[in-house]
Design a binder for this molecule. Structure first.
Ligand SMILES: [Zn+2]
Length: 192
């Protein structure tokens, strides 16, 4: 049996019955308070690290928690527009993390030589590569993770739905960095 199949059986037999009232309330619609944009990395679990329940977080995940500039990537832009204009979330959190493979690929093009699509994708974060070019090793990676996370707030602010909601005073942007080594979550930037 695939490991996830035994998990599904356990969910259906042990977990769902305990949460059935909660899911019944959610079955007719969602009203999440926050859009979380984080990395696809298997070690990062936004619901776990914020102790959130189903229905609370609208989540966009991709390699490197990127939101390219408006017009450069409809996939991420559609999730942002839907969260802000249809669901009217009050917060957008961009959450980077320690040891991010996408950031490693950004800083070391040799590492993604055989991964042309990944290389093209992380090129959206080229400003982070330039901004950290004076650093080396782990210090550079940690700096790049922080720089990239805040850079996404700049990109988000250029999305029309985000700009409008911020002008109306109904949306805050946050940049967090989650450290897998010790569970720390640094709130490194907030914009209102
Ligand atoms: Zn990552």
């Amino acid at each position: 049996m695939h490991p996830s199949q035994s998990g599904i059986r356990r969910f259906q037999s042990d977990v769902w019955p305990l949460m059935s009232a909660q899911f019944a309330a959610l079955a007719n619609g969602q009203s999440p308070h926050t859009l979380v944009i984080t990395c696809s990395d298997s070690r990062v679990d936004p619901s776990l690290i914020t102790q959130s329940q189903p229905g609370e977080l609208f989540v966009l995940r991709n390699a490197g928690n990127l939101v390219p500039k408006f017009g450069a990537d409809d996939g991420s832009a559609a999730a942002v527009e839907y969260a802000v204009d249809a669901l009217r979330v009050a917060h957008i959190v961009v959450c980077g993390h320690s040891g991010c493979g996408a950031m490693q690929g950004l800083l070391d093009p040799q590492a993604v030589r055989q991964l042309p699509t990944v290389a093209r994708w992380v090129a959206h974060a080229a400003s982070t590569r330039e901004a950290t070019s004076q650093l080396r090793g782990e210090a550079r990676l940690d700096a790049a993770i922080m720089h990239n996370t805040t850079a996404q707030l700049d990109n988000l602010a250029g999305h029309p739905s985000v700009a409008r909601a911020m002008a109306e005073g109904r949306l805050q942007l946050h940049a967090w960095v989650y450290d897998i080594r010790d569970g720390d979550i640094d709130d490194i930037d907030t914009r209102t």
